[in-house]
Design a protein around this ligand. Structure first.
Ligand code: ARG
Length: 298
């Protein structure tokens, strides 16, 4: 039976009871050889068709990759495919999961936009080569689901946060909860510029989260506050223009974040985090930054 959480008392209990999940040590990235803005499927892409500087995009991508390496993660690189300019955003095509027995699973996405659908099979192939068991959502009952763009694991717990409203449908999380035997806390997204959960919600560790509050409903904010004693709020400019909440904290201490998020960085520092600034300006043109450019897995 699906374990879908929409109220804070249930959430508190579920979080207490949630089993442990290892911190991911691997990262999957796709090379930006064919990265470009060729169509508009989110508000950030408007006006940016044809404006990506390829050399700069490559260099920025390498800096992000090297940051993950320096933090001790193993980076897997997959070659980007011609005609799939958004394939570089590897957070979106799947949701990986590791079970208590060490068995690795991946649920493949049903991309919301036609333009991105062909990306998914390349990830399926990668997972097969790396010993994952593959699952597909039931396309008859689920219209869309964009992987870790919207489905985000709680730090070190078998507990999932499920964003819905723009790219993933509510119904997807019932299936995920049943498939992976995990509770899912539902967060409805209500601001079109924050179309994926990872644009407005960044789990830093078991106690801290970084969010952009106007992207959520009152009920959603209540769940977030019930789960995390420390909620860092990004100011509008840093959240919307610099994608501050699309940062990534792979180890509970070090935060890789778009450069220039000075207010957020101040708050991170105050709460004991180290921040590592990177420039993802070419990717911001497409509506993505650090978190979208990688997939954390085991
Ligand atoms: N242009 C891409 C899209 O709109 C950007 C995806 C960014 N990914 C993310 N996880 N927020 O689909």
């Amino acid at each position: 039976m699906a374990d879908i959480i929409t109220d804070k008392d249930t959430l508190t209990k579920a979080l207490e009871q949630a089993g442990p999940m290892p911190v991911p040590g691997d990262v999957l990235m796709v090379t930006p050889k064919h990265f470009a803005v060729e169509y508009v499927i989110n508000p950030h892409m408007k006006g940016n068709i044809g404006t990506v500087d390829k050399a700069r995009a490559r260099w920025q991508w390498e800096v992000v990759r090297d940051k993950f390496r320096h933090l001790g993660l193993k980076v897997h690189e997959m070659e980007g495919e011609r005609g799939l300019p958004d394939m570089v955003f590897t957070a979106n095509q799947s949701l990986p999961c590791i079970h208590p027995d060490g068995h690795k699973h991946a649920l493949m996405s049903i991309m919301h936009s036609e333009q991105r659908m062909e990306e998914v099979p390349y990830f399926e192939q990668w997972y097969r080569r790396h010993g994952y068991e593959i699952h597909y959502p039931d396309a008859d009952s689920i219209s869309d689901f964009e992987g870790m763009g919207d489905a985000i694991w709680h730090y070190k717990k078998r507990f999932l946060w499920g964003g819905f409203g723009y790219r993933s449908s509510r119904r997807a999380y019932e299936a995920i909860s049943d498939l992976f035997h995990v509770p899912v806390a539902m967060l409805e997204l209500i601001h079109p510029a924050f179309y994926h959960l990872d644009t407005c919600f960044c789990v830093l560790n078991e106690k801290c989260v970084l969010i952009y509050p106007p992207a959520f409903t009152r009920d959603g904010l209540a769940l977030i506050h019930a789960a995390f004693p420390v909620v860092i709020e990004a100011p509008e400019k840093e959240a919307q223009e610099l994608f501050a909440c699309n940062a990534c904290c792979p180890d509970g201490k070090n935060v890789i974040i778009q450069k220039g998020c000075s207010e957020v960085n101040k708050a991170l520092k105050k709460n004991g985090f180290a921040f590592h600034e990177v420039d993802t300006s070419e990717y911001l043109k497409s509506g993505g930054s650090v978190f979208c450019m990688k997939l954390l897995l085991w």
